[in-house]
Design a protein around this ligand. Sequence first.
Ligand SMILES: NC(=O)C1=CN([C@@H]2O[C@H](COP(=O)(O)OP(=O)(O)OC[C@H]3O[C@@H](n4cnc5c(N)ncnc54)[C@H](O)[C@@H]3O)[C@@H](O)[C@H]2O)C=CC1
Ligand SMILES: O=C([O-])C1=[NH+]CCC1
Length: 377
Amino acid sequence: MKMFFSLHCEINKSKTIRFKMKKKKSNLCYILISINLIGCWNKYRTRSSTGKPEVSKSIRYQTNMAETPALIWEHEVCSLLKYGELIPRLETALGKFSNRDSAEVIQPVRTTVPLQKHSGFLGVMPCYMENEGILCTKLVCFYKRPTGSTLPSTQATVMLLDPEYGNVKAIMDGDVITGMRTAAVSAISAKLLMCPDAEILTILGTGKQALSHYNVFTEVFSFKEVRVWSRSKDKAEAFAQSLGHHVTACESVEEAVRGADVIVTVTRSTVPVLSGQWVKPGAHVAAVGACRPDWRELDDTLMKQAVVYVDSREAAVTESGDIILSGAEVFAEMGEVINGTKPAHREKTTVFKSLGLGVEDAASAQLVFDKWKSKAM
Ligand SMILES: NC(=O)C1=CN([C@@H]2O[C@H](COP(=O)(O)OP(=O)(O)OC[C@H]3O[C@@H](n4cnc5c(N)ncnc54)[C@H](O)[C@@H]3O)[C@@H](O)[C@H]2O)C=CC1
Ligand SMILES: O=C([O-])C1=[NH+]CCC1
């Protein structure tokens, strides 16, 4: 691995400046550090009456308190984030979110800016967890791509900030976080809501989320059968083969979901693909796609026959086409079930409508950062 050196500047009581060299892992880090140092020097140096540069109080503040942002790349996030550690952190975060205690979590519904020309949206997802000292925001662009498009459906970046000073502590890849935290939250919903003897898992869709969902569901549970479906049989077969010979590619949604105990919908569809007619009574559905008020994955029959759980009530009634257009009632948030304030109806057909929350990104990013720091030491 390439090693770079970063320059660290310290100011002692006599206002003399010391520069220290420190090993860093990336050249971009090095560039950022240099920019930061030059910027902070230019901004905060003052001229004394003798015309010589003098260090003001502000630079002491800046150099002592502000740290150079860490840049944490996709492969690093990938190697640092493990479901075994992520899942408990997300359960805690969802529980705190549902307490609606502003000292625990402040997390508004994401702001979305339409990118009309590109059939997409920029989502801004801030979150502050005061008691834990976590201030975070994710920027995520997501798109309604035409069939056959090879462009990514989502691209995300996560930023962690120091809540006291407001400086950025870390900028990290958000794609792995988005893939893993979304799948982990679906697995939490299944852990709480699927029937205890669940044997058959079906995944509708064969993209990024399909893969992260397959990974976590097979790591955490022991299904006897896994089925996958995609609009193109070839894609479904290629996906099934890439996962192993125990995975079956199905021709139709109906064939894929009949008799399944757990169904994960991870498509980019904007119209219903899953009908309640085909869903076994008592099955659990984790519905991950359709995150705009006019997008659907599930039909009205399913939405009305199921007990509906969500990640956030506010987000559900603002962003979920499956909830808004079906008129289905939200029974509980996942966090309420975790907190024990709402029951988990395992015996009934359940839908967990996932939209994705900033608090999930914040908890995940802090975990990545903690591990990155302990490795860097
Ligand atoms: N709830 C959450 O927290 C999150 C939700 N998402 C959403 O999850 C969905 C999947 O995301 P990715 O796996 O990253 O996307 P992807 O582009 O990697 O995969 C999408 C899959 O949907 C299939 N598909 C596209 N149009 C379809 C249609 N009309 N009917 C049936 N299948 C169709 C594609 O063939 C592909 O298999 C997207 O809607 C995305 O916006 C993404 C991230 C987080
Ligand atoms: O939570 C998230 O990152 C997203 N939800 C829908 C698209 C992206």
